[in-house]
Design a protein around this ligand. Structure first.
Ligand code: FES
Length: 367
């Protein structure tokens, strides 16, 4: 509860009183709203003194660090080489983005925390709860309170912070916009498979253009090719394109699940393939689907042999392998793309051609 003296002061000054300071209005408004300011103490006995200037310099330093780190993020995002395995220094692309963004956000957090703890006055207020709408007077009080808070932040009389705050925050705003405008700066279609005019964006490692125009072999992670007898009935194997760096991040969209179905299941899958106009896409009882979940790109690799369901562990989407890998449960809305397979003259599995559907969570819709 407010003291007698405080209540008298409120009465003498009044919200509209000519001598009312902003703090008077604030205090009176607080009292009318059943808020009692029980303790109010500026951080610094001498405003603008040595200690305050040191704190201001520290905060400005944090904001400038934020601006610098966010600028590094922007520069790296736009100009740093990023094609993993193709360009020198590309392995640093992601770490630089992570480190610079982390530093920017940490600088911003420490700047705000230091401001709140070391620069703003120490204040303790107690508010009684009440109900009902706000009157015109109360709205005016609220407006003045907010303006007062702005004044208390002291930006106007602390030019260093006035300068450091926008300089630190503007690049952070640009960082948020960078992924949106990045595609306008970098032409996503400009990279082509070396020696061809096929744009990389629409291809995976299974595209024959990566193999001199010949079908790409299905290989294990160590690059060894696979024969049909290597996968037992009911079994499955993760396969990668048999090209240089085929199992590396350079072709992270290419991992595929090769499944050897039981004959009765294979018959069902063939019938479903037939419906979809994919009569020759299986090889015998073998079928291959992209391992990249069409929901959010996790590896969908928990294959349940009895039900022929493929489960994605991230959000529990389930795909029915015997029905064109259609999603039958969970958030995924598209079937897993199927890879058209056969065996070559030497008896090893090959992909007849690249995937014809978009891999993973697509950014464009299928034609
Ligand atoms: S990523 Fe597979 S269900 Fe979400």
């Amino acid at each position: 509860m407010s003291t007698q003296t405080e209540r008298e002061n409120v009465t003498e000054t009044g919200i509209h009183g000519p001598t009312s300071s902003r703090f008077d209005v604030l205090r009176e408004g607080a009292a009318l709203d059943d808020i009692e300011i029980v303790h109010y103490e500026p951080q610094f006995a001498v405003p603008g003194g040595k200690t305050e200037r040191r704190v201001v310099r520290t905060i400005a330093g944090f904001f400038l660090l934020t601006g610098l780190a966010a600028t590094v993020f922007l520069v790296a995002y736009i100009w740093w080489p990023w094609e993993f395995g193709r360009q020198d220094g590309a392995q640093w692309f992601t770490p630089i983005l992570g480190a610079s963004l982390g530093l920017a956000l940490a600088g911003l957090a420490f700047g705000i925390l230091t401001w709140g703890k070391k620069l703003l006055p120490r204040e303790v207020s107690i508010q009684q709860r009440h109900t009902g709408g706000s009157s015109e007077q109360e709205r005016r009080i609220t407006g003045q309170t907010i303006a007062y808070l702005g004044e208390e932040m002291g930006i106007g009389r602390r030019p260093l912070l006035k300068f450091a705050l926008p300089l630190g925050l503007a690049p952070v705003g640009l960082v948020a916009a960078a992924p949106l405008i990045g595609g306008l700066i970098e032409d996503p279609h400009k990279n082509q498979i070396p020696g061809t005019e096929t744009p990389e964006l629409y291809t995976t490692g299974w595209n024959p253009a990566y193999n001199g125009g010949k079908p790409v072999r299905l290989t294990r992670q160590d690059g060894t090719p696979i024969r049909p007898e290597d996968v037992s009935v009911g079994g499955q194997m993760t396969v990668f394109p048999g090209i240089p760096h085929g199992s590396s991040n350079e072709h992270a969209d290419s991992p595929t699940l090769l499944i050897h179905l039981r004959t009765s299941d294979a018959d069902q899958a063939r019938a479903a393939n037939h419906r979809a106009g994919r009569e020759d896409w299986m090889y015998g009882d073998y079928i291959a689907y992209s391992k990249i979940c069409t929901h959010a790109g996790c590896p969908a690799s928990l294959y349940e042999q009895q039900t022929n369901r493929l489960l994605c562990p991230c959000h529990q989407s389930q795909f029915l392998i015997t029905d064109n890998a259609a999603p039958i449960f969970g958030p995924a809305s598209r079937p897993l793309p199927q890879l058209e397979i056969t065996v070559d003259d030497e008896g090893f599995f090959v992909a007849k051609r690249d995937y014809t559907d978009v891999i993973g969570p697509d950014f464009w819709e299928r034609p």
